[in-house]
Ligand binder design. Structure first.
Ligand code: COA
Length: 171
């Protein structure tokens, strides 16, 4: 297998939208929404795909502003490729980017009945912090809110400290 994780681009939207439809049905993001998300603001968004010799096998998205909180916006793997570690690799890719951006708190919402995804997140250190009632529409399913606290990447940490020192000198 020659799988790589790489940034999602406009050329991936059709394949990703087809997976959305299959995996999330009525709650799927439309191709238009996906296209907007992927292009709107690279400073706050980060979308990646798992590319296996030109075939998209999974994707993930992150909202993360430098030094702020981050949210895992989406994560999915083609059903016939589940259990190979692709979901874990994608999540790792998103969390590394969050750390590079200096984000120490990462949140996500997951359906209360999605045991498989919850196991993946718990294994990576996410813990439950609450429930959002009827978060998923049109089904009205509740969302479990999970959070991970992590260290910023070393470079982001240095930047953060330098910023604080600059702030002190300015006063
Ligand atoms: C949730 C989801 C992203 C997980 O993706 P995945 O690629 O199957 O995840 P992984 O393979 O990394 O891990 C899943 C399981 O496979 C196991 N596994 C990982 N690599 C493995 C390997 N090389 N060999 C055997 N098992 C392996 C993991 O230990 C894990 O075990 P578990 O079932 O006890 O939790 C996927 O099921 C999915 O797309 N679901 C539908 C969409 C969805 O619900 N997304 C989440 C929205 S919040």
């Amino acid at each position: 297998m020659s799988m790589v994780l790489r940034p999602m681009d406009r050329g991936d939207i059709a394949a990703v939208a087809a997976m959305e439809e299959t995996l999330f049905g009525a709650e799927a993001w439309s191709p238009e929404l996906l296209a907007t998300e992927v292009t709107v603001d690279p400073v706050s968004r980060y979308y990646i795909v798992a590319d296996d010799d030109g075939v998209i096998t999974g994707y993930g998205g992150l909202f993360a502003q430098r030094g702020g909180q981050a949210d895992v916006l989406t994560l999915a793997v083609a059903a016939h490729r589940w259990g190979e570690g692709i979901g874990t690799a994608l999540l790792e890719g998103l969390l590394s980017e969050a750390a590079r951006r200096g984000c120490t708190e990462i949140f996500l919402e997951v359906r209360v009945d999605n045991d498989r995804a919850q196991r993946l997140y718990r294994r990576r250190g996410f813990t439950d912090i609450g429930v959002r009632r009827a978060y998923y529409q049109p089904s009205g399913t509740d969302a479990l809110v999970m959070r991970l606290i992590q260290e910023p990447a070393p470079a982001a940490k240095k930047e953060h400290l330098a910023g604080r020192q600059r702030g002190r000198r300015d006063r």
